[in-house]
Design a protein around this ligand. Structure first.
Ligand code: ANZ
Ligand code: ZN
Length: 867
């Protein structure tokens, strides 16, 4: 065989084509093998990927390939989360239709994935912006609508003035828009919601089933759902003199509290500015105008800002009072910015002595403070308190409950209120309904029409999809000129302030908005909002089982067989949004009897980020490393090996170009070694019969050691992968084994040693196969085998062979053999000496005699000399 260099440029495309030809990743649905559904979160087609993105897909590919070798029938599909704002914003700037933009990005990313040797069953590709997909997203909407889980209401919503769209709570980070960092405002708009709150408790409870999810993800979801236990307590508003329309009397306002034990400490009540009672309550009051002005101002602030700890607490007195049901006291009712309509009941019994926000409010407006929980051994004085006391203690100023520990008083007070029918135990959740409508073009149209006669009418399933019209205007506001290019006309901005429409661009497309009512045939208007892209990604994992079926969204029988997903892989940034929504949609479909599983993703793996120069790798930071450049220089296997070696995959890791070179060197060394081995082996070949069959007991010591290390490496690599996907430590032990192989130099006459060497070298190649598949296939072939290496089962280790070898040691006393010991070959000399002296027979012979020296001869003999 002539000497060849490691030419990845030739090898990699060759094997990529080969896998494609043999359909390595094509799912055989008829196979009897055990199923394994390996799913990588489908990406938004944003353009080209950097090595940080690459980590995700490479890990997914390694899992897929490993499971193929383990004998599973693996489903590994890929698709595109292809609707969304960025493409539309780009369209506003460039004039290029989001559809074209998206298609270009998809083909660029597909090419990249292909070059990395990342394999998918491409026959199952789904694209969220294609009508054959979004038809079924619309169908999901209709299903939820049918079951009362999709509804429209006027609501205060997060509004990003710059993106000109509403945002889900989940998309507002510290009061700012997730996308553009603009300050989010509140706006009252008609919006569509999914009733995820109906599922709050189940979403919380069923996390117990997700034993193989990262704890931090579960914690984030639990916090987001935000369950609080406490009580609902009714406060009465006494009648006040008729002012307008006869005045009001006997109204009940119910408050949610987590601290019913502090009920005696209520010194005022606060209402959220949105509370529906306010108008009525303050009608005719002298300060009516001032109160309503405050209400309007507070409403326009974002909830997140209003509820933040650091936010300035502001309020206004309504002039009215409420009666504390436990002691009959009259307390003033205020409207305050920090009370939120969206939580509990929107009314709060304020206890400034024991709640920090109430404390700050009371100080600011000079409201009274009454201590009702006294910390043990202390005596709090409202005059001198610097902050609220929120801990536990003993009830004081609490009537019949005085002297009780507050935890006990809590249940006693709830019991008392229950008997009098003025309150009861209650639970509140922070989770809000999922706001799914967006005033944007590039999304799935909501399949609803508004008819003058019939009102809100859902589209019948047979009329789906409601097609997104292709022709819309993305004209930027301001000055621009049109230049025609081969991609079509492009708007070239000149001093332009880019502002999307405040309404969906669909609202301006008459052919779209004007339609017929599906019920009465009369003229009707289409809903012009589109769906949040998280609806698209909420169910895509079901579509992969029947991606081309145009009769239904998913095939119940197939998804029941293939789901839950056995391994889901993606970024931790989806810990709440996507993962919570998918769990919700699965539960809804479960309740409808359309799927028989409760949770979509059995195991979740969240990979860490790639850091470069101390920052998360991203275009905006300018620290992006292009995988394409690295592949040109070193090949995809090097990129893969380094990406996997960089650290534990769940942790963030710093990218190093030197490390890439290290990985490249290793693959070269392996290549050289195989070449060298081939020529050595052919020299001794005539004497070798039955490759890989030898009696390991007859081997030389060096061969035995290498043989054992090889089995130990199989064990270690398999365990590292199975237990935790720790490819980095798996690679480290493969490298160690390779070091031993390089040092191993049998004599030409030691034919069995060559067999061991072949065994070790082949084991290295096989263990590396899921990680660096191209070079592995090539080397496997060079070792004289038929491809594909993926038809090989994953190697198993021989427990016996991993044990240290033992030898017999003779023990002499004064030159006479007195006993024998069986010890590991690699026993340290001190241990051997100790064990010889502790031997029962030796002790008998020594009979307490003084020992002058102990001589060890190559661990084969111990001679004890007595004085
Ligand atoms: C009286 C009280 C006394 C409270 C005390 C706390 C401490 P978590 O734990 O987050 O669930 N609250 C209730 N509804 C509210 C709303 N719509 N807007 C703002 N605050 C609201 O918080 C529950 C507590 O937050 C409730 O318990 C209530 O104040 C307040 F020493 O009631 B508490
Ligand atoms: Zn109608």
């Amino acid at each position: 065989m002539t000497k060849r260099e490691y030419n990845f440029k030739e090898i990699e495309p060759k094997w990529q084509k080969f896998w494609n030809d043999i359909g390595l990743f094509r799912l055989d649905e008829k196979s009897k093998k055990e199923k394994f559904y390996c799913l990588v979160m489908f990406p938004y087609p944003s353009g080209t990927l950097h090595v940080g993105h690459g980590r995700n897909y490479i890990i997914g590919d390694v899992v897929t390939r490993y499971k193929i070798m383990k004998g599973y029938n693996v489903l590994s599909p890929m698709g595109w989360d292809a609707f969304g704002l960025p493409a539309e914003n780009a369209a506003i700037k460039s004039g290029i239709h989001p559809g074209i933009h998206t298609k270009n990005n998809i083909s660029a990313m597909k090419k990249q994935l292909h070059r990395w040797g990342v394999g998918y069953d491409w026959d199952r590709e789904v694209t969220a912006c294609e009508p054959d997909y979004y038809k079924w997203t619309q169908w999901i909407f209709l299903k939820l609508y049918e079951h009362g889980l999709a509804y429209k209401k006027k609501a205060y919503v997060n509004w990003c003035p710059s993106c000109a769209t509403v945002l889900a709570n989940e998309q507002v980070i510290d009061g700012l828009c997730e996308r553009c960092d603009s300050k989010v405002k509140q706006k009252e708009l008609e919006q569509w919601f999914f009733k995820i709150t109906d599922y709050a408790q189940r979403l919380l409870d069923d996390m117990a089933l997700l034993t193989k999810w990262p704890e931090k993800v579960k914690l984030m979801q639990a916090n987001w759902i935000g369950r609080s236990e406490g009580a609902r307590i009714d406060f009465l508003i006494p009648p006040h003199p008729p002012l307008i329309k006869g005045g009001i009397g006997g109204i009940k306002i119910s408050c949610f509290t987590t601290r019913p034990d502090t009920l005696y400490g209520v010194t005022f009540m606060i209402l959220a500015p949105e509370h529906p009672i306010i108008e009525e309550l303050v009608a005719g009051a002298e300060t009516y105008k001032d109160i309503m002005a405050f209400v309007e101002k507070a409403k326009s602030e974002s909830f997140l800002e209003r509820s933040a700890e650091w936010a300035e607490k502001e309020g206004v007195f309504t002039g009215r009072h409420a009666i504390n049901p436990i002691n009959g006291e009259k307390v003033p009712i205020w409207v305050a910015n920090y009370a939120l309509m969206e939580y509990g009941t929107g009314a709060v019994m304020a206890v400034p002595a024991h709640d920090q926000r109430d404390f700050e409010f009371a100080k600011k407006y000079n409201l009274s403070i009454r201590v009702v929980i006294q910390p043990e051994g202390q005596s709090l004085d409202p005059q001198t308190m610097k902050e609220a006391y929120i801990g536990d203690g003993i009830q004081v100023n609490s009537g019949d409950f005085n002297g009780l520990p507050n935890r006990q008083a809590m249940s006693k007070i709830i019991e008392y209120l229950g008997k009098k029918d003025i309150g009861k135990a209650a639970v509140s959740y922070k989770l809000r309904d999922w706001l799914i409508s967006r005033q944007r073009y590039w999304g799935a149209p909501i399949p609803i029409v508004y008819c003058n006669k019939c009102g809100t009418v859902p589209m019948p399933e047979k009329d789906l999809p409601v097609l997104l019209p292709e022709k819309v205007e993305f004209k930027p506001h301001g000055q621009y000129s049109i230049v025609s290019t081969d991609r079509g006309p492009v708007y070239v901005p000149e001093k332009v302030e880019f502002k999307p429409y405040g309404q969906s661009p669909l609202a301006y497309v008459e052919e779209f908005t004007n339609t017929k009512c599906p019920k009465c045939g009369g003229s009707a208007q289409r809903e012009t909002d589109t769906m949040d892209t998280f609806v698209d990604s909420g169910w895509y994992y079901l579509r992969y089982l029947s991606p081309h079926d145009d009769s239904k969204a998913f095939d119940t029988e197939k998804v029941n067989k293939w789901l839950p997903v056995d391994q889901y892989i993606g970024g931790v940034e989806h810990a709440i949004l996507h993962l919570l929504y998918s769990r919700f949609i699965t539960k809804v479909l479960f309740d409808m009897g359309l799927v028989n599983f409760n949770e979509p993703f059995k195991n979740l793996f969240t990979q860490g980020m790639i850091i470069k120069n101390g920052a998360k790798m991203s275009k905006s930071k300018g620290n992006v490393v292009s995988p394409d450049v690295l592949i040109d220089k070193y090949g995809a296997d090097t990129l893969r090996l380094y990406t996997l070696f960089i650290g534990p995959p769940e942790r963030d890791a710093e990218w190093s170009d030197r490390g890439v070179i290290g990985a490249y060197r290793f693959l070269n060394r392996l290549w050289q070694k195989v070449m060298e081995f081939k020529s050595q082996e052919s020299g001794v070949r005539s004497q070798i019969s039955g490759l890989n069959t030898f009696d390991s007991r007859l081997l030389t010591q060096d061969s035995k050691t290498l043989y054992r290390q090889t089995h130990l490496t199989i064990k270690k690599v398999t365990e590292d992968i199975e237990d935790s996907w720790h490819f980095n430590t798996a690679i480290a032990s493969i490298m160690e084994l390779f070091n031993s192989v390089e040092k191993f130099n049998p004599l030409p006459t030691e034919t069995d040693s060559f067999k061991v060497l072949r065994f070790s070298l082949e084991t290295i190649i096989v263990l590396l196969t899921p990680l660096v598949p191209h070079i592995s296939e090539e080397l496997w072939e060079m070792m004289g085998h038929e491809p594909s290496i993926f038809s090989l089962p994953w190697p198993t280790y021989d427990e016996e062979a991993t044990k240290a070898e033992e030898i017999e040691t003779v023990i002499q006393i004064n030159g006479k053999v007195r006993s024998r010991l069986v010890v590991p070959v690699d026993i340290p000399e001190d241990d051997l000496r100790r064990r010889a002296l502790e031997d029962e027979r030796v002790k008998e012979f020594l009979d307490g005699k003084k020992i002058s020296k102990v001589i060890l001869v190559q661990k084969k003999l111990v001679n004890i000399v007595t004085a």
